[in-house]
Design a protein around this ligand. Structure first.
Ligand SMILES: NC(=O)c1ccc[n+]([C@@H]2O[C@H](COP(=O)([O-])OP(=O)(O)OC[C@H]3O[C@@H](n4cnc5c(N)ncnc54)[C@H](O)[C@@H]3O)[C@@H](O)[C@H]2O)c1
Length: 248
């Protein structure tokens, strides 16, 4: 069984759908109850929604407890995330808001940390299958490396996820749990769907190859490949069509 945060939308939902397709039972964890219930209903019997705020440790601990009551958790995928656009100082010279920076770090980094630690707690109790107790997949962003103007908070949060990947894999090596992070480029999710069509087309044309936006299914395929490949561990994989983002 897999627990997917941010499972009500975009990359998380696509991953959940791909897992269900391969016969894996999935728990969709998201703070958006309406979208989460709807998504679980669409995915059918193999999907269950559990309302979760990844920032809240009680909520994540309860999520894992509930999920483990349904079946052994073998996979945790963190896709819950938010973004903002705010510069270090604004045009009038006023400093970046503290609370917005704090919020992005909390949701993206601390939320991923909560999924990782409470997930690992349950995965470590599994009987090993060919020596493996499970896999944890985090979602960073290429902004961790090529953060653009106004991406200070977002890039910092994703850089934190990149940084914790190897030590988490090392920590969990003794119990046979792998940790891998995906760093997507520009993916065509509801987040991007709000942009006008011409802006989305221009973004797609800016990708070296393939000349298109990444699809949620591209992300889901990589998540399944990570699940299948026992030797992938402690690594951050860029999924970006060779895009290196410019300053703006
Ligand atoms: N779309 C892209 O271009 C892109 C690129 C790089 C990285 N990412 C990352 O991929 C992940 C998924 O992004 P997406 O494009 O699918 O976005 P999305 O907005 O479609 O989905 C994100 C989901 O996370 C949920 N969420 C937000 N805060 C939460 C919280 N505190 N607790 C529980 N759930 C919460 C939202 O309700 C939503 O359902 C994010 O971490 C994002 O930063 C996206």
């Amino acid at each position: 069984m897999a627990v997917v945060s941010g499972g009500a939308s975009g990359l998380g939902l696509a991953t959940a759908a791909a897992l269900v397709e391969t016969g894996v039972r999935v728990i969709l964890a998201d703070r958006n109850e309406e979208a989460g219930q709807e998504a679980a209903a669409k995915l059918g019997d193999h999907a269950t929604f559990v309302a979760t705020d990844v920032v809240d440790e009680t909520s994540v601990s309860e999520l894992m407890r509930q999920a483990s009551g349904i079946g052994a958790i073998r996979m945790v995928v963190s896709c819950a995330g938010i973004g903002i656009a705010e510069r270090t100082i604004d045009r009038s010279g006023n400093p970046h808001d503290f609370s917005s920076f704090d919020r992005v770090i909390r949701v993206n980094l601390m939320g991923t940390f909560n999924m990782l630690r409470f997930g690992a707690q349950y995965l470590s109790r599994n009987d090993p299958l060919e020596g493996q107790r499970g896999v944890i997949i985090n979602t960073a962003s290429i902004a961790a490396y090529d953060g653009q103007i106004g991406q200070l908070a977002y890039a910092a949060s994703k850089g934190g996820i990149v940084g914790l990947t190897l030590p988490a894999a090392r920590d969990l090596s003794s119990v046979g749990i792998r940790v891998v992070t995906i760093a997507p480029g520009i993916m065509d999710t509801p987040l991007l769907g709000m942009l006008p069509e011409e802006v989305r087309a221009a973004l797609g044309a800016s990708i070296p190859f393939p000349k298109r936006l990444g699809l949620p299914s591209d992300f889901a395929k990589l998540a399944i490949a990570i699940l299948d490949n026992d030797y992938l561990n402690g690594e951050v994989i860029r999924l970006d069509g060779a895009l290196r983002m410019p300053p703006r």
